[in-house]
Design a protein around this ligand. Structure first.
Ligand code: PGA
Length: 254
């Protein structure tokens, strides 16, 4: 299948940045800067700002997503947010298993899988993050790491659920470091992810999946990364906090 038939998704990950007022101000800049796009444009904001962000972007092409969601429908999980709660705000996308969640909050492939399945049950597309750390890359075990993360993270998915899933390849060593994977390095792993999905589901199913690259993607390098045959979008941290930079990345996807 031709790359042009897959949905391109440029998603910002604001991480733990911007309070209510700053959210409104930055979204006013974003909605002014980003008026047309050939791709889906998404901003994943802190949960507490979802309501503000949904309101601020309601007349724009920007959609609001979440950065996490719990696997249970409800219950005694202090500090967590369910997929049903996200759905009630009209949220259709949630980042799941970001490396910072894995590193600092004990997220495992098992909990990634449970959270992603809860998303599917609620009509939310999980953006499942995978990626090796520097030590794993240096040991040349990147593909083994990715294979485990994909196999366990997407366990028990139906083909339809795969179709409603986005994979974000984010090498941990490239996140927030200014050290981007080269377009060739990123393409190699994204192509491997597609091959793996083909084996786990079916080759045609794999062809339809949007695979993003993330890790220091910015206004200067986005075009080259997005031109690669298996890179269908980006998950952008730092550069999604600046309207002009984020707009340039959106433009690069044209
Ligand atoms: P970065 O973050 O663009 O700041 O490297 C990407 C991410 O963590 O999703």
């Amino acid at each position: 299948m031709d790359k042009s038939k897959r949905q391109v998704v440029i998603a910002g990950n604001w991480k733990m940045n911007k309070n209510a007022e700053e959210t409104k101000a930055l979204l006013a800049e974003m909605t002014t800067a980003i008026k047309d796009a050939d791709c889906k444009v998404l901003l994943c904001v802190p949960a507490i700002n979802i309501s503000t962000a949904v309101e601020a972007t309601k007349d724009s092409i920007i959609e609001i997503g979440a950065q996490n969601c719990h696997w249970a429908a409800n219950g005694a999980y202090t500090g967590e947010i369910s997929a049903d709660m996200l759905k009630s705000f009209g949220i259709k996308y949630a980042i799941i298993g970001h490396s910072e969640r894995r590193q600092y909050f004990g997220e495992t492939d098992k909990t990634v899988n449970m959270r992603a399945l809860a998303c599917h049950e609620n009509g939310i597309t999980p953006i499942i993050c995978v990626g090796e750390n520097l030590e794993e890359r240096e040991k040349d075990i990147t593909k083994d790491v990715i294979k485990t993360q994909i196999t366990e993270g997407l366990a028990n998915f139906t083909k339809q659920q795969l179709h409603n899933t986005i994979i974000a390849y984010e090498p941990v060593w490239a996140i927030g470091t200014g050290k981007t994977a080269t377009a060739q390095q990123a393409e190699e792993v994204c192509a491997y992810i597609r091959e793996l999905l083909g084996e786990l589901f079916c080759p045609m199913c794999a062809q339809k999946v949007t695979i993003q690259y993330g890790g220091s993607m910015n206004a200067a390098n986005a075009k080259e990364l997005l031109s690669m045959p298996n890179i269908d979008g980006g998950l952008i941290g730092g550069a999604s906090l600046k309207a002009t930079d984020f707009n340039t990345i959106v433009e690069s996807a044209k």
